[in-house]
Design a protein around this ligand. Sequence first.
Ligand SMILES: NC(=O)C1=CN([C@@H]2O[C@H](COP(=O)(O)OP(=O)(O)OC[C@H]3O[C@@H](n4cnc5c(N)ncnc54)[C@H](OP(=O)(O)O)[C@@H]3O)[C@@H](O)[C@H]2O)C=CC1
Ligand SMILES: CC[C@](O)(C(C)=O)C(=O)O
Length: 342
Amino acid sequence: MPAKIYTEKDASLAPLKGKTCAVIGFGSQGHAHALNLKESGVNVIIGLYPGSKSRKVAEEKGLKVYDTAEAVKKADVIFVAVPDTKIPDVFNKDIKPNLVKGKTLLFSHGFAIHFKTITVPADVNVIMVAPKGPGHIVRRQYTEGKGVPALIAIYQNADKQAKKIALAWAHGIGGTRGGVLETTFKEETETDLFGEQTVLCGGTSALVQAGFEVLVEAGYSPEMAYFECLHELKLIVDLMNESGIAGMRFSISETAKWGDVKVGPKIIDKSVKKRMKEALKDIQTGKFAKEWVRETKTGYKKFNKLLKDGEKHPIEKTGARLRSLMPWIKKRDIKGQQASYS
Ligand SMILES: NC(=O)C1=CN([C@@H]2O[C@H](COP(=O)(O)OP(=O)(O)OC[C@H]3O[C@@H](n4cnc5c(N)ncnc54)[C@H](OP(=O)(O)O)[C@@H]3O)[C@@H](O)[C@H]2O)C=CC1
Ligand SMILES: CC[C@](O)(C(C)=O)C(=O)O
């Protein structure tokens, strides 16, 4: 039986009518949810800590910003849009003391709830609305009249309105335009971590860097290697996104199709699947989460070093030069976000 997909006709903003929605944090997901909801007609306020870099940005977008505790007091629905490993501190200090019966706590990833880094009182709703895409794209697609698909999940349904509120929120951020699927906090957390580690971010970044290195080490120019292994990847993935892998193969040459089906499975072979299964096990047993929390508590040393190494990879310099020749590629201001973590 195929899963039910909620679309525009299944949702309305009525469950959020007359409610104040606080978005705590104004980063990738926070800014996208806040601005999309505001433009959909929802009453949105922002909660941030004093001195937050995001405060000015949110105010410039016309949003009213309060200190986190104040925003929680004022709100009926509270979206916790801060980094997963910072959630316990923010939650225990500013959110939990101001949670009263009837409020709804909303997440866009299940890490804190599933791995029990926080404990929520039983008399509030705990729900999830998780767009299946980066926040900046959730925002961009909404402004273009499109929508990134989203997941909803209910962990606590204290007032029996939790699902209606989740669907309304998903509708307000544009999720029902792309389709909304109901899941559990456990399933979302485990599959999301698996996807970002093995395919979407980790696997793809490593594959692209390896392909680039192999070509450059064989004497081909870095520009050639960049076009082949990174630039064209988007064009091929766009075709997959539009019409599946089979649809992509419709557009590539017969020779490319043969190389795809004959050589591809030798590169991504059974040993890769075996390691993917190991990564999944580490997620399911909580080993990955435990190590990640430890890394954040011991000063992000390994994390910062690995990110810095990535920024120094020669593909970045080559790419920056080539992208500057293509004005239609959106220029993003990512300087602030590349600062080290603390
Ligand atoms: N990035 C994404 O696209 C996705 C993220 N998610 C989930 O969304 C949630 C938010 O992640 P993401 O959007 O990446 O986060 P970001 O790192 O992009 O943004 C974090 C925001 O939280 C603010 N912040 C940090 N500490 C506090 C605090 N103590 N009180 C109030 N605000 C604080 C930051 O302020 P400052 O500017 O001062 O640092 C910043 O505005 C996480 O649960 C994540 O797993 C889910 C799906 C995709
Ligand atoms: C793929 C990374 C992601 O899971 C996402 C954008 O959905 C994240 O947590 O940022």
